[in-house]
Design a binder for this molecule. Sequence first.
Ligand code: SF4
Length: 150
Amino acid sequence: MGNNSSALSRRRLLTATGALSATALAGCLGSDGGGGHGDEQLADTRERPLPEGAENCVSTMGIERDPDGLTAKENVDYQYHPNYTGDSGFIELCANCQFFCPGNQFDSGIGACAAVEGGIYSQDWCALWQPVEGLEQQERSRARGSQTDT
Ligand code: SF4
């Protein structure tokens, strides 16, 4: 009897856990159950049209964008988030790359790049990343600032 009741309890627990997991999974996938809603939102935020006026923009390091000499995003491992594990030891992202034309130059707020096609968001990254001049110094003073803040 004791064994039967503990087997029953275990079965109930497993059933309950299974139901919870299914609920959690459904929550992650969204109300349509196929992840469509979440994916649509991501797709929207990843839409990066070249901002108006950016065709010949000049990057933070003075590099001029040549529309005929750009590389496609798919050829440079373009990703929609920074690179936290780059060889530089910095958090590598478009905002601290020498090819970046910052989005605050354009109405849409999306930037551009002197090396890569299309609109570029400051928090993205690609394999052509090169640090802006003085990045090391900037990072050092930022670290000093955060130490004195505490
Ligand atoms: S990381 Fe790549 S896409 Fe971003 S600004 Fe630099 S070269 Fe352009």
